[in-house]
Design a protein. Structure first.
Length: 356
């Protein structure tokens, strides 16, 4: 029979950052999640006060003072909380006075980023559905007339003078360019389910990295941080290669020519689940793949629309790459979310495990 876990073991196992401080704000205890959140080790944290690890005027200080004065448990939602690493995160804060120790307070911090990203992932799914319908219309209503225009221009060309032939050639070239764009769009409207099986995600990533190193990513330093114990992904290998090749190519094109870095990370996240709309079912998506770069990031006005069709930061881009990525991940039952700032872009993909 297993022994009952100690209070300290339970405290350390809690995923949310937790601090215990006395009435003056001196930190008495901190769990590993708090160390990671604030970027400060246990020994250093226990020599600090609450006011030392958050910016001057932080709302946490006001809330802590109220809880320490015995005003009861306090909860505040959507608080912008700065950390010593100069990161500002949106969090929920719960402060609970410890009755047995006058003035002592338990501070629990819950990051809201995952919940907000899950919400955004549903928006990305909606964007994928919208572009699917648009692709079907384009293929039917646009492609056939374009073929007629191109054929008419080709028939006129032999009987024209040289100066006029340049115009018919321009017509043919532009029609072919539009047809190529519509062909890319047709990938969204293909209703056929792809064959899926157990896929080793690290083989997929290694292949993508090899393609990048021998082509568009020759100037990039690739940093790999893989969890070797990951189980198989339930997916289509060719489509997953397409997804990560697109993301790595975007990252490689964003980084500087010198000291450009793209990191590829895999991890197993036990608590990631997605609610299925219209159902009480929750899908487990524990397999996380992260693609991050040290480029200039994404303009703030585009960050909420990265997965929408025809949204791009590239002068010659079509804006269909990330929309197609969102569709493929959606078809796999997974989610994709982005963290774009002025210091680079990060994309996280969560995928289901292949059932044995």
């Amino acid at each position: 029979m297993n022994a009952t876990p100690t209070y300290q073991a339970v405290f350390d196992a809690i995923a949310d950052p937790i601090l215990v401080a006395d009435k003056d704000g001196h930190i008495l205890r901190a769990n590993p999640a708090a160390e990671e959140f604030f970027g400060i080790g246990q020994s250093m944290l226990l020599r600090q006060k609450i006011e030392d690890i958050v910016p001057f005027g932080s709302p946490l200080l006001t809330l802590f003072g109220q809880a320490a004065e015995g005003l009861g448990a306090i909860s505040e939602y959507g608080v912008l909380l700065g950390t010593p690493k100069s990161e500002v995160k949106t969090v929920n804060i719960q402060l609970s006075p410890i009755v047995e120790q006058q003035g002592a307070v338990v501070v629990q911090i819950e990051e809201r980023t995952m919940a907000s990203k899950m919400d955004r992932s549903l928006t990305h799914r909606g964007a994928a559905r919208a572009v699917t319908g648009m692709a079907a219309v384009l293929a039917h209503e646009v492609k056939n007339p374009l073929s007629g225009i191109r054929g008419a221009a080709q028939l006129l060309e032999p009987g024209l003078e040289e100066s006029d032939r340049e115009l018919t050639s321009l017509i043919v070239d532009e029609v072919q360019r539009i047809v190529a764009l519509v062909d890319r769009m047709e990938a969204f409207s293909d209703p056929r389910p792809s064959d899926r099986d157990g896929v080793n995600i690290h083989r997929v990533l290694e292949r993508v990295k090899k393609i990048a190193e021998n082509g568009f990513g020759k100037h990039v330093r690739f940093i790999e941080n893989y969890d070797p114990s990951l189980p198989m992904v339930h997916g289509n290998q060719d489509q997953l290669i397409q997804v990560f090749l697109n993301l790595v190519k975007n990252a490689a094109e964003a980084v500087p020519e010198k000291k450009g870095e793209v990191s590829i990370t895999t991890a197993y996240r036990h608590g990631v689940r997605l609610a299925v709309p219209g159902s009480s079912e929750r899908i487990q998506l524990p397999l996380e793949v992260t693609i991050a770069d040290n480029g200039p990031g994404v303009p703030e006005d585009l960050r909420a629309h990265l997965f929408d069709p025809f949204v791009t930061t590239k002068p010659s881009g079509t804006g269909l790459g990330l929309a197609l990525v969102a569709k493929i991940i959606n078809d796999h039952g997974g989610i994709i979310e982005s963290d774009a700032s002025d210091k680079g872009a990060t994309f996280r993909i969560y995928l289901p495990v292949a059932r044995s």
